[in-house]
Design a binder for this molecule. Sequence first.
Ligand code: SIN
Ligand code: FE2
Length: 205
Amino acid sequence: MAGHDLPEGFRYLPAYLDRPAQEALVEDVRAVVAAAPLYVPQMPKTGKPMSVRMTNCGSLGWVTDREGGYRYQERHPATGRPWPAIPAVLLQIWKDVSGYPAPPQACLVNFYDGDARMGLHQDRDERTFAAPVVSVSLGDQCLFRIGGTARGAPTRSFRLSSGDLVVLGGESRLSFHGVDRIFPGTSTLLRNGGRINLTLRRVDS
Ligand code: SIN
Ligand code: FE2
C-alpha cells in the first residue's frame, strides 16, 4: 500500500444492494441460521470466545475452536450436519463482482451485536488466494479497518453500511482487516439490531 492509498485490488461498492434486496437476503440468512445455528467460535489454543457469532453456508465452512484452530470443514461443529447451500442471490453477486470463473465454496456468516468486534487479521486459511473475498454488509453500520499485507502497515478506516460490498482481490486479498466497532441503531433492517457480514470465498483453487 503506497502512502494512505487503498491496496491494489480493494474495491468498495457502497449501496450495492437496495433495501428490498437487503430484506430478501436477510430472509435467506434467517433460513441458513435455522438450519445451521450461530455458534460462539473460540480462539485457537486459548479457547477464548470471540465476540462475533458465526455460522456458514456452502460446501465448506470456516470454523475455529481451541483444539482444532482455524480450518474449513464440511459440517457444522455442533449439529454435525452439512452446511446449507449458499443462497442464489449471493452466487449471483459473486458472478457479478468476483471476476472468478468458479462459484464460491464457502460463505461465512458473521453476526455482530452492539459490542462485538473483530481484530485485525488476514484471511489466509484458504489453499488459493487467486479468487477474491467478497463481503456483504447488512444491518447496523460498522467501522471497518483495512491495512497492508504486513501487520504494522498503515491502515485506513471507514464506515460500512447495510447493502455495501467490499471486494478483497489482487494485492488486497491478503490485506489485514478488521471491525473496530458497531454503531448500534444506525439501521432498521434487523428487528433486534446488530450487523450481519457475509464473506464469500474459494477455498481449494
Ligand atoms: C471478516 O473479516 O471475516 C469480517 C469482516 C466484516 O465483518 O466486515
Ligand atoms: Fe476476514
